[in-house]
Design a binder for this molecule. Structure first.
Ligand SMILES: Nc1ncnc2c1ncn2[C@@H]1O[C@H](COP(=O)(O)OP(=O)(O)OP(=O)(O)O)[C@@H](O)[C@H]1O
Ligand SMILES: [Mg+2]
Length: 344
């Protein structure tokens, strides 16, 4: 009890959405204090960290041989442990600087949102990384649950709520009732897969090679899941692999939509699979309550319309889809009085 009191008083409480694309940090009593791309630039030989976040993302695909810009998280899990730890350390230290001095007397308690489909080993890897990065206590919460709390779904009610969180690396679908996940599916398909599909299309159709950042820009400015903007077009600059010179190509939204169809059908399949395994009583609730979309992928033009067509359910896009998970961790930090109730 005493330990609990000291921890409440003298340590910072931090919620982290450790995303494949973006890392967001919430500090209790303050709100979101950090929102940066999950990218780290390091010196190849010394492993010294040169930049973290937006500054490092700018460097992706543009660095000289002696520097490497790395995305340490892929498909929702840690692909590079050392660099993930560097990134977590940087974020935790920056978050701690925002709290009063007396809240730095003990090492911070950190609540981290992770994909629901990760293995025991991956679980352990995230908690270990957080502890090495300076956390006193690190507990994990499943991303779709945090997202549902973050967008304000009534998770505690004895009724089904459905959340679809489309991130950079994973899509998490879950039906929640009585504060627990009843039916869920996590697939390693997300915004990155859509970017890759655009890169593949340009390679095949125009032998044009482009980088990840350019593909993401095309997806954001021209991408869609439903024929709503097919006539729009934009110029894309890249490298002509046949002529071996830089080249500009004009592409249409229609062709980008076609290129995205493959990965989008995998997202639809995950939604269907979750509905299939959902108990009928809860499935019935969804007819009125519908499906809530969160994560950056929720912003893809026409995705809500396509999902409505495919499922017959009402579909809503949350107000701040990119902040859903971190807001959920923030909300949970308020209520976690006994940390033992959250299992590692
Ligand atoms: N307007 C938009 N249209 C389509 N996609 C978008 C848009 N804005 C952002 N995105 C995509 O959303 C993704 C990032 O979303 P988010 O920050 O929720 O992912 P994450 O939480 O880092 O990843 P994960 O949950 O898979 O670990 C990126 O792939 C980005 O390109
Ligand atoms: Mg996410």
């Amino acid at each position: 009890m005493k330990t609990q009191f000291f921890a409440e008083m003298f340590c910072a409480h931090i919620g982290i959405d450790l995303g494949t694309a973006n890392c967001l940090v919430f500090v209790r009593d303050q709100g979101v204090v950090l929102n940066e791309p999950s990218v780290v630039a390091i010196k190849v030989y010394t492993k010294e960290v040169l930049a973290v976040g937006s500054e490092a993302k700018e460097m992706l695909g543009k660095v000289p041989g002696s520097i490497q810009a790395i995305r340490p998280m892929r498909e929702g899990v840690i692909a590079n442990y050392e660099v993930t730890e560097d990134m977590l350390r940087y974020f935790i230290q920056r978050a701690i600087r925002t709290v009063p001095w007396y809240k730095r007397l003990l090492r911070p308690r950190v609540l981290i949102a992770v994909p629901s489909g990760i293995t025991e080993v991956e679980h352990r890897a995230v908690t270990d990384s957080a502890k090495h990065a300076g956390a006193g206590e690190a507990v994990l919460v499943e991303e779709p649950f945090a997202a549902a709390v973050g967008v304000g779904l009534p998770v505690a009610e004895a009724a089904g709520s459905m959340i679809v969180d489309i991130g950079g690396g994973t899509t998490e679908v879950a039906v929640i009732s009585l504060s627990g996940i009843v039916s869920a599916k996590s697939v390693r398909v997300g915004g990155d897969t859509l970017d890759q599909a655009i890169m593949q299309h340009l390679k095949k159709a125009y032998s044009l090679q482009i980088g990840e950042n350019s593909a993401e820009q095309i997806k954001i400015h021209l991408g869609s899941a439903y024929p709503m903007r097919d006539d729009e077009s934009m110029d894309v600059k890249g490298f002509d692999m046949m002529a071996r010179v830089p080249k500009t190509v004009r592409i249409t939204a229609g062709e980008v939509r076609m290129a995205l169809q493959g990965p989008i059908s995998m997202i639809l399949e995950a939604v269907r699979a979750t509905l299939d395994t959902c108990p009928p009583e809860l499935a019935a609730d969804l007819i009125d309550r519908g499906i809530m979309l969160a994560g950056g992928g929720a912003k893809l033009v026409g995705l809500d319309k396509l999902l409505t067509d495919e499922t017959g359910l009402p579909v809503f896009v949350s107000e701040e889809p990119l902040n859903a998970v971190v807001n959920g961790t923030g909300e949970m930090l308020k209520k976690i009085h006994s940390w033992s109730i959250v299992t590692e």
